[in-house]
Design a protein around this ligand. Structure first.
Ligand code: SAH
Length: 355
C-alpha cells in the first residue's frame, strides 16, 4: 500500500467545521456553504474546479485538505449491458460497483466496505478479508460515477440505488447513513429515499437502530433459509443473530418505521428449494408486512452450491403466492463478467487475458 497524504479529507468535515476553518483563516463563513456545494452537489474532485472561489481560497484549501475521491481503475460491460467498475480508493484499496440497466430501471449497486467480515459460504466477497469501512464520500462517489454512466451510455437517469455490493452495510452504520443523507439531500444528489435499498445479512441490533432512526429508505434482509440450522450452515452470522432475534428486530423496525421489508432468498439446488422450505419461509413472512425476492444463485467457482432447477423454483414461487405472499424471481444480471450478486471479488481479467 502506498503512503497516504496526511492532510484531512475535506468531505469528512461538517458544514460547521468548514465554517470554523474559514473564520479562523480570516475568511467569510459563507465560503463553507459554497465549498460544500462544489464538493457534494457538483461532485468536484479538485479544488481547481471550484471556479466561483478566488485562486487564493482555492490555494488555501489545497494546502490544508485532500479530496479523497476514487477513480475507475477497470471496467467491464456484460452482454446484457450491465457495467462493472473496479474503483481504486485513495489509499490504493479496490472495491466494485455495478450499473444494472433494465427496461424500467437504472440501478446502481454500491459497496459499503473493502472486503467483508461475514464469510457467507455462497458469496465470493465472503472469501475476502474485511480491510476497512468505506467513508460516506467513497460511497457517494460510486453513485456519482455510476449515475454518469447511466446518462452517458444509456441516456437514462439513475432510478435506484442498492447497497448490495461488497460488505455489510449495517456494520458500517454511520457512514452508510451519512452517504444516504448526502445522496438524498437537496445539497447533494436529491434522490428519493424510497429509491434506496440497504441489504443486510441480518444484524439484529442494527435493524433496531434503523427503527430508532426512523429511516425512510427500504430494508432488505438476506434470509436464504428460514430455519436456524440451515441458515447457520451457510451464514455464520446466524449463530449470533438467530431467526428469533431477527424476528424481534423486524417487529420493532416495522413498529417504528411502518416500512415493509423485502426478504432475499437465494434458491439453491437440493438445499432450500423444497415446499417444506417454502412453508418455513411463508411462516417467517407472517412477522411483518413483506415480500420475497427469489434470487438465482450465481456460481462463485467453488462448486459448493448449485442453481435450483427451474421447475422447483417455479413451484417454490407458486407455493408462496398460494399463501398470498408477493414473490418475484430475480434473474441474474451481469453473470458473464462476474458482476452479479455475490460475485464481486475484485477479479478483473489481467490486460493479457482481455480480448
Ligand atoms: N452484506 C449484505 C449486502 C451484500 S450481498 C447482505 O448480505 O445482504 C447482496 C445480496 O447478494 C445478498 O442478498 C446476498 O446474499 C446475495 N448473494 C451473495 N452471494 C450470492 C450468489 N453467489 N448468488 C446470488 N446471490 C448472492
Amino acid at each position: 500500500m502506498e503512503t497516504v497524504n496526511q492532510k484531512p479529507n475535506i468531505r469528512s468535515l461538517s458544514l460547521a467545521e468548514l465554517e470554523h476553518f474559514f473564520t479562523s483563516a480570516g475568511e467569510k463563513p459563507y465560503r463553507a456553504r459554497q465549498v460544500g456545494e462544489w464538493l457534494w452537489k457538483k461532485s468536484a474532485w479538485s479544488f481547481d474546479e471550484m471556479t466561483s472561489l478566488s485562486i487564493e481560497i482555492r490555494k488555501l484549501l489545497e494546502e490544508n485538505f485532500n479530496i479523497n475521491h476514487l477513480t475507475v481503475s477497470n471496467q467491464q460491460v456484460s452482454s446484457d449491458r450491465t457495467i462493472k467498475n473496479a474503483f481504486r480508493l485513495y489509499d490504493g484499496n479496490t472495491i466494485e460497483g455495478v450499473l444494472i440497466p433494465t427496461t424500467k430501471r437504472m440501478t446502481a449497486c454500491v459497496s459499503s466496505q473493502v472486503g467483508c467480515s461475514l464469510t457467507c459460504k455462497f458469496c465470493a466477497t465472503g472469501k475476502l478479508e474485511r480491510i476497512r469501512n468505506l467513508e460516506a464520500d467513497e460511497i457517494y462517489d460510486q453513485v456519482v460515477v455510476i449515475s454518469r454512466q447511466a446518462t452517458e451510455k444509456y441516456s437514462k437517469p439513475l432510478t435506484n440505488i442498492v447497497y448490495m455490493g461488497m460488505g455489510e452495510p449495517l456494520l458500517n452504520y454511520q457512514n452508510v447513513l451519512q452517504s444516504i443523507e448526502k445522496i438524498t439531500s437537496q445539497s447533494g444528489l436529491g434522490m428519493a429515499q424510497k429509491r434506496i435499498t440497504v441489504s443486510t445479512a441480518g444484524i439484529a441490533k442494527m435493524i433496531c437502530k434503523l427503527g430508532d432512526d426512523k429511516v425512510k429508505f427500504n430494508l432488505a434482509l438476506s434470509l436464504h433459509a428460514a430455519s436456524d440450522e440451515k441458515r447457520s450452515s451457510i451464514m455464520p452470522i446466524n449463530d449470533s443473530n438467530s431467526l428469533a432475534s431477527l424476528k424481534d428486530a423486524l417487529r420493532y423496525y416495522y413498529e417504528k418505521t411502518g416500512n415493509p421489508v423485502t426478504y432475499e432468498y437465494i434458491i439453491f439446488k437440493n438445499f432450500n428449494d423444497s415446499i417444506k422450505d417454502a412453508e418455513e419461509l411463508a411462516r417467517f413472512c407472517g412477522v411483518v408486512p413483506s415480500k420475497v425476492n427469489i434470487i438465482e444463485y450465481n456460481a462463485t467457482g467453488d462448486g459448493l452450491f448449485n442453481k435450483a432447477d427451474e421447475d422447483r423454483t417455479m413451484a417454490f414461487r407458486n407455493y408462496l403466492e398460494s399463501r398470498r405472499i408477493t414473490a418475484k424471481i430475480r434473474r441474474s444480471r451481469g453473470r458473464d463478467i462476474d458482476a452479479a450478486c455475490g460475485q464481486l471479488a475484485n477479479k478483473f481479467p489481467s490486460p493479457l487475458e482481455r480480448g
